[in-house]
Design a binder for this molecule. Structure first.
Ligand SMILES: Nc1ncnc2c1ncn2[C@@H]1O[C@H](COP(=O)(O)OP(=O)(O)OP(=O)(O)O)[C@@H](O)[C@H]1O
Ligand SMILES: [Mg+2]
Length: 261
């Protein structure tokens, strides 16, 4: 599924100030684009215009070539996978009910929902027999985030929106879940927009990176282009930290001498 944002503007105060201003980019079928930038720059707002959790004040969003303004909001939202910033499971629903929430809204019959829930929990490496009946509070943060992924995938969307989906995880779980999602995304040829303020994450996962600042796009390119510091000085500054970190680690590994035998 292709996605195209064109001249998107969002004002939360009826046109006084714009949280997002003139944002446009396209995402090809099966492509993963990362939206990066510091806190408050408009990443989540931009993401939410795609499934109309936020209605753009200006501009258009097209999915598969079709303007989303003409579609039913609720139907649109259910057709797009969404992984929330800060997990966002329904605390009063069991894990199985959380994962099955969209299929249930779509009116699937119970047996089909149960089968799909089992399949998805296995896909995100949770044991259905162990977790299906538990409540979200009875899972670790990393396990809850896996459930968040399973829920987003439940109705078989071809477009996925991910808002800092790895932010709350410890580094090992984060790395593991990133790898698993990347593999899944490629296998299912999912079109995806990943919001993150972690530049290293964007560099490792994205086909293309879009850098936002104060509601606008200030740079974009393939990871290999951006890492060479192409373009805007602000973008170059954001790149400096992961590059320096990589150099230090490479030097340490190159040293070799201190590795325990
Ligand atoms: N519902 C809202 N009503 C009014 N202003 C809002 C609303 N949501 C966001 N904003 C404002 O819009 C701007 C962009 O917010 P947004 O949530 O898109 O940032 P972000 O880039 O996702 O930041 P973070 O990395 O902290 O999640 C901020 O100034 C924020 O205060
Ligand atoms: Mg945000």
């Amino acid at each position: 599924m292709t996605l195209e944002l064109s001249k998107i503007g969002v004002s939360y105060d009826g046109g006084g100030t714009f949280a997002v201003d003139g944002v446009g980019f396209a995402v090809g079928q099966g492509e993963l684009v990362a939206l990066v930038g510091e806190s408050g720059c408009g990443k989540t707002t931009t993401l939410k215009t795609i499934n109309r959790l936020v209605e753009p004040t200006r501009g258009t969003v097209r999915i598969g070539g079709e303007d989303t303004a003409g579609r039913d909001r609720v139907e649109l939202r259910r057709s797009i996978g969404y992984v929330f910033q800060r997990i966002g499971l329904f605390p009063h629903l069991s894990i199985a009910d959380n994962v099955g929430v969209v299929p249930r809204l779509l009116g699937w019959e119970r047996g089909r929902i149960a089968r799909r829930v089992g399949e998805l929990l296995e896909l995100v490496r949770l044991d259905p027999a162990e977790v299906a009946a538990r409540m979200p509070a009875e899972l670790s943060g990393g396990e809850q985030q896996r459930v968040g992924f399973a829920r987003a995938l439940a109705a078989g969307p071809s477009l996925m929106l991910l808002d800092e989906p790895f932010g709350a995880l410890d580094p090992i779980t984060r790395d593991e879940l990133r790898g698993e999602f990347s593999a899944l995304q490629k296998e299912l040829r999912l079109t995806a927009v990943l919001v993150t303020h972690d530049m290293t994450e964007a560099l490792l996962m994205a086909d293309r990176i879009i850098v936002m600042r104060r509601g606008r796009i200030v740079g974009q390119g393939a990871p290999s282009e951006l890492v060479r510091g192409a373009g805007d000085p602000y973008v170059a500054r954001l790149m400096a930290w992961p590059a320096r970190q990589a150099e230090r680690l490479a030097a340490m590994i190159g040293d070799g001498g201190s590795a325990p035998g």
